[in-house]
Design a protein around this ligand. Sequence first.
Ligand SMILES: *[C@@H]1O[C@H](CO)[C@@H](O)[C@H](O)[C@H]1NC(C)=O
Ligand SMILES: *[C@@H]1O[C@H](CO)[C@@H](O)[C@H](O)[C@H]1NC(C)=O
Ligand SMILES: *[C@@H]1O[C@H](CO)[C@@H](O)[C@H](O)[C@H]1NC(C)=O
Ligand SMILES: *[C@@H]1O[C@H](CO)[C@@H](O)[C@H](O)[C@H]1NC(C)=O
Length: 357
Amino acid sequence: MKSFATLLLALCSLRRVQASTQTNLTVLAGLHVIYSYSGATPPGELTTLIEDGVVGGIILFGGNVDSSLPATIQSWQTAYANSPAYIGSPLLIMTDQEGGEVRRLPGGPTESEKAIGESSDPEQAASQAGSDAAAALGAYNMNANLAPVLDVFRTPGDFDDQYQRSYSDNATLAGICGAAFTTAQQAAGYIATAKHFPGLGSASADENTDEVPVTLNVTIKEIRAVDELPYHNAIAAGIDMIMPSWALYPDFDDEYPSGLSEKWLKQELRGRLGFQGVTISDAIEAGALTAFGSDSERAVLASSAGMDIILAAAQNVTQGQTIVNALVDALNSGALDEAEFDEGTQRILQLRQKISV
Ligand SMILES: *[C@@H]1O[C@H](CO)[C@@H](O)[C@H](O)[C@H]1NC(C)=O
Ligand SMILES: *[C@@H]1O[C@H](CO)[C@@H](O)[C@H](O)[C@H]1NC(C)=O
Ligand SMILES: *[C@@H]1O[C@H](CO)[C@@H](O)[C@H](O)[C@H]1NC(C)=O
Ligand SMILES: *[C@@H]1O[C@H](CO)[C@@H](O)[C@H](O)[C@H]1NC(C)=O
């Protein structure tokens, strides 16, 4: 049971949210954008932008990580909480702490997803990995992880398998492991993110959406029977966030990659699979999206398709600002539906209420 004081606090935050979202579209749009920067010394302007309320959160990469980072993150949260733009809940501070080779922070999980899937007790090992990821995030004052990977690999050495990022080529097992990781990490108080919906498991080694457009000719029948299977487990486990992929799956939508696709986001993920949490994009500057214009144009496209959060991951603070401004312009011009955008805002705020710092 929540204490009376906690309830009162939540009520007060809700009132603040309503007051500020009604009055300032820039602050509202800022909630939808995750910023990034380069190197171990954060640009000073980032703190100013946080105090202005135009930063929804920050993604950290290996090059940002040193022993001063935990204190820096704490200082951002404090500056934000003390600013007039404070919305009543902390900034989202995230990284890719998947396990094995893909870890931005010292600490666990040291085992790769593949090693977990091949272990004698995969469910227990995945649960341990979720706890280890939570501990690593906690040591750095972070609150969200862009893991677990739920992709179901097909062939040894393919896109996911080359870095051992897939639990298994057995979708049932991948689902069990993904849910166990999610449950353990979220029980410790850290947001988990299932990726890359509906799956990059059928991508070959060089089909990397960070670099090039990727078309996966897998049928929707196979996608639902194999790739989407682990999402049923993760959603049942209460996964907080889902990251759609930037691959094109022509059998279901031959025009838009999953993360830009209303069909994938609204019809399949929310409609058919019943996901009610927050959708977060993969890097908006990804090479897969060259046909879809500037980062700003991509962000507006993704948002209007139903993407709640845009990841400005180019390690450049200006990119985040540019995208916030583009979202504001699109809301003002009507290119973005304000009522739908606001539903996303409410999902983001609900998620942020769960974070304790
Ligand atoms: C809205 O917030 C932005 C960012 O903090 C600020 O620059 C702007 O002046 C605010 N607008 C209004 C009308 O208060
Ligand atoms: C897939 O994994 C599940 C869960 O571990 C197991 O019950 C099933 O037998 C596996 N299927 C195959 C074909 O190995
Ligand atoms: C996928 O289908 C498209 C369109 O039919 C075709 O151009 C492409 O070569 C196919 N790719 C693979 C890997 O089969
Ligand atoms: C940073 O992002 C802005 C806006 O997207 C872009 O114009 C600029 O070239 C980028 N700078 C660097 C150094 O990448």
